[in-house]
Design a binder for this molecule. Structure first.
Ligand code: GFB
Length: 324
């Protein structure tokens, strides 16, 4: 039987694994704003989640009541192609260690963050949760997807075998403050924002964009994901996976144009067709979470504008920042 005491108290001891990542920072921000007072975080130098013994000792000492598993090795299409071994092994290590230790330490609830890439490459669009394991995966991120699917299955196994209230949430492509702007390893939105900024600042007439521009992606601001995570921690107690997205997608060409517009780069887009497109379309069916009552609030244009502000304040080299 499932433990259904998931309504959270402000004093609940909540461990955020991956607190310094894109999702983790947004979640800590939101939980603090909502006056949760007992948040547990640990830097990797102190608790390396790939190390089983370290993780078990940490959980045995801290005994968190609620666990959010937002720690993972992540990256864009090139990072996934370049390092499938690390994406598979490190993600399996982190999730196996954290999920088992959370159970052993008596956590009341655990929320595992997966990814929309767990679904088949040619899944029907928008993608309902029921299509998991119904067809072959997109090869460019198969290793990462397999690790995430294993995490979902482990949470479901703990629910079935031990009655654990371990839930799995599948977010669409995310962006927001704290994003990775490294052009080799980042996701598309952050890369395009940086490229547009640098092209504008250097007076370049063109900017390189990977692939054909035809693939379609759905983008959710990470602050919206954070509200969904807290919502699901309180209101969702099923081992069945649940999608989180905004319900609308956009082509990479349209995304590049939107980013250039926000940044103020008026040059030409040059398509580098030697780079992979990846999966042709990835739009989640979000009717399940909508029915429960959650909605995103940040439009893509506003979200990109907010991210550009953040980028200028935190990332752009001083010499290039704030010249508009
Ligand atoms: O965001 P992204 O790297 O990953 O790429 P995925 C999305 C699309 O944007 C691809 C194109 O078609 C890219 O070719 N793109 C255009 C660019 N210009 C650029 C650029 O400068 N940089 C990048 N990175 N892309 C990831 C998975 O897939 O999605 C992960 O690899 C994860 O495993 C994540 O699931 C959510 O959306 O294709």
């Amino acid at each position: 039987m499932l433990n259904t005491y998931s309504r959270m108290k402000q004093s609940d001891k909540i461990y955020i694994a991956g607190h310094s990542g894109l999702v983790g920072t947004a979640l800590v921000r939101l939980l603090k704003a909502r006056t949760f007072t007992n948040l547990i975080t640990r830097p990797r130098a102190e608790v390396d989640l790939r190390d089983e013994r370290v993780v078990r000792d940490f959980f045995a000492d801290e005994r968190p009541e609620v666990v959010v598993l937002a720690a993972a090795k992540v990256g864009g299409i090139k990072a996934n192609i370049d390092a499938p071994v690390e994406f598979l092994i490190e993600n399996l290590q982190i999730q196996n260690n954290v999920i088992r230790a959370a159970h052993e330490a008596g956590a009341r609830k655990l929320l595992f963050l997966g990814s929309s890439c767990i679904y088949p490459k040619f899944a029907p669009q928008p993608i309902p949760e029921s299509t998991l394991l119904s067809g072959p995966l997109e090869p460019t991120n198969e290793a990462y997807a397999i690790a995430k699917i294993a995490g979902v299955k482990l949470c479901q196994a703990f629910a079935r075998e031990y009655g654990a209230n371990f839930i799995s949430v599948m977010p669409t492509n995310l962006y927001g403050p704290g994003d990775n702007f490294d052009l080799e390893t980042s996701h598309a939105l952050a890369a395009l924002l940086r490229k547009a900024h640098e092209a504008k600042m250097s007076g370049a007439g063109k900017m390189i964009v990977w692939g054909t521009g035809e693939p379609r992606r759905e983008f959710l601001h990470v602050d919206d994901l954070a509200t969904a995570v807290v919502f699901l921690l309180e209101k969702y107690d099923s081992p069945e996976i649940i999608n989180v997205g905004c319900g609308e997608d956009i082509s990479i060409r349209e995304l590049a144009e939107l980013v250039c517009d926000v940044v103020g780069f008026r040059g030409e887009l040059k398509w580098d067709r030697s780079k992979p497109d990846g999966t042709p379309r990835k739009l989640l069916d979000v009717s399940k979470i909508k029915k429960l009552g959650w909605r995103p609030t940040i439009s893509l244009r506003d979200g990109v504008a907010r991210l550009y502000e953040w980028f200028l304040d935190n990332y752009a080299p001083q010499s290039m920042a704030r010249v508009r």
